[in-house]
Design a protein around this ligand. Sequence first.
Ligand code: ZN
Length: 109
Amino acid sequence: MVAGSLTLGASRYLPVPRVSAPSAGSAAPRYNRCGKSGCRCHADPPQLHGPYFQWTAKVDGKTVNRRLSEREAEAYLEWIGNDRRLRSLVTEMRELAKQATDLILEDQD
Ligand SMILES: [Zn+2]
């Protein structure tokens, strides 16, 4: 656990870290039109096919797309949420550390 003033700021996050695997990238539902004229996806109003889930992320500087099953999509959505929470926690802790640093350095004057 982090010592001193950082503990106060971090303590409200304590219920969260029941964290399973974090994942970068995004996964959003997509709806498509197919090529068959007369299909319901070309009707008025159109009933598009889907939802299809696709995971998109940067891996080694390249954009990677991967089609996901419904079950995979559920897992990825949770992992991506974990990743966002971890990153915002790190951002918050850096901000608190900066404030703590300023206070510590002021005290030494
Ligand atoms: Zn169609």
